[in-house]
Design a protein around this ligand. Structure first.
Ligand SMILES: Cc1cc2nc3c(=O)[nH]c(=O)nc-3n(C[C@H](O)[C@H](O)[C@H](O)COP(=O)(O)O)c2cc1C
Length: 388
């Protein structure tokens, strides 16, 4: 099923392969997307859908050196170069809207202020990458430091961050993106409200599950008001403990989030199932429960192979599959997967920062044979029910 087309809102995706969001830390001065970034994203245009790297919605939302923003006119113009290149190459691209919350450093914050979070909690050992000397991404050399201690946002400031998300959504549409993905995963600001151990608030944004989901709800509703529900997806990471965000009852919490997002009617949920190696396996029963609670499109990412992807699609709990690191080294990944060609291995030293090497220099493989789409085999009872 991986190579069959799929309708996502008004978009027709030619296959079910997603290039998921991947920070590559190569933005230019002023965190403006560059021509090199446009070339990189255009190389991935054969994906059914590209989701851009995390893109900060405000200066306060930045947590690492050289990540692109979407809050200044220059950044919007830079992104327009990217979306034009992707569309010219036949692709589709959503913007991942990102606020890192506490996972930042004073040197990246306006007026060197403390970063903000739901709560004044430090995640010990959680590091960020900074460029104090202003060397730029080409140097590929920065400093890795403990994130700075955050302060809790006031209710009035939360309303401002919600507005920043909405403004970023307007900017992203003006930059030509086909839609928006809210980064609610991997321990960043939205996740710092959701997860019980990252949120010690006693006001209406903390405590009970509806309270911990309130910030996600308000951001989602604000962005849906800008873009329409068909063009908004949300990324969640139920079981990862990245950046120190841990929830005591993840199944209850994230089924609650899925139900709430279903009521809003967002286009997709993007589940970061495992990030690199951080996360226990997600039980099949949890995935099936998500499918039953949420009516929209479900995307999963995390260490997928063709075989695991086909099983996920056939067994009914996934509609689209993200392949992260495989895309880094194989810009023509869909063709390679379809024809069973060998995959190149990515070079991690070029993941974050640097120039073209290890970014736009991975070759395409020569096109030779064609093959048929794989039929479903060995479906589970749940898959039979959903797919037939
Ligand atoms: C270099 C790199 C940067 C990433 N940056 C982001 C990001 O900006 N936003 C996000 O939600 N996930 C990010 N991820 C996680 C990926 O989207 C994906 O979930 C993860 O790599 C697992 O998929 P894989 O095993 O196919 O690589 C990043 C992953 C990599 C390898």
């Amino acid at each position: 099923m991986l190579f069959t087309s799929y309708r996502l809102g008004s978009l027709v995706l030619p296959n079910r392969i997603v290039m998921p969001p991947m920070t590559r830390s190569r933005a230019g001065r002023g965190n403006v997307p560059t021509a090199l970034m446009a070339e990189y994203y255009a190389q991935g245009a054969s994906a059914g859908l590209i989701v851009s790297e995390g893109t900060q919605i405000s200066q306060q939302g930045q947590g690492y050196a050289w990540t692109p923003g979407i809050h200044t006119p220059e950044q919007v113009a830079g992104w327009h170069g990217v979306t034009n290149a992707v569309h010219a190459a036949g692709g589709r691209i959503f913007a991942q809207l990102w606020h890192v919350g506490r996972v930042s450093h004073v040197s990246l914050q306006p007026d060197c202020a403390a970063p903000v979070s739901s709560s004044p909690l430090v995640a010990n050992g959680v590091k960020v990458f900074i460029d104090l000397e202003g060397k730029g991404p080409q140097s590929g050399v920065g400093q890795t430091v403990q994130h700075s201690a955050p302060r809790a946002l006031s209710a009035a400031e939360i309303a401002q961050v919600v507005e920043d998300f909405a403004a970023a959504a307007r900017n992203a549409l003006n930059a030509g993106f086909d839609g928006l993905e809210l980064h609610g995963a991997n321990g960043y600001l939205i996740n710092q409200f959701i997860d019980s151990r990252a949120n010690t608030r006693t006001d209406r944004y903390g405590g009970s599950l509806p309270n911990r989901l309130r910030f996600l709800r308000e951001v989602t509703e604000a962005v849906v008001a800008v873009a329409g529900s068909e063009r908004v997806g949300v990324r969640l990471a139920p079981l990862t403990t990245l950046q120190g965000a841990v929830d005591d009852t993840p199944q209850a919490t994230y089924l609650g989030a899925a139900k709430m997002l279903n009521n809003i009617g967002v286009a997709y949920l993007h589940i970061a199932e495992a990030d690199w190696d951080d996360a226990p396996d997600m039980p099949a029963a949890f995935k099936e429960a998500l499918r039953l609670i949420y009516d929209g499109t479900l995307i999963y990412a995390g260490k997928y192979t063709v075989e695991r992807a086909e099983a996920a699609l056939c067994n009914g709990w996934a509609d689209l599959i993200g392949f992260g690191r495989p895309f880094v080294a194989n810009p023509d990944l869909p063709a390679r997967l379809r024809h069973g060609r060998a995959l190149a291995a990515p070079a991690p030293q070029y993941f974050f920062g640097g120039a073209a090497t290890g970014y736009t220099t991975y070759p395409r493989s020569p096109h030779t044979s064609t093959s048929e789409d794989m039929p479903c085999a060995n479906m589970t009872a749940f898959g039979e029910r959903i797919r037939r």
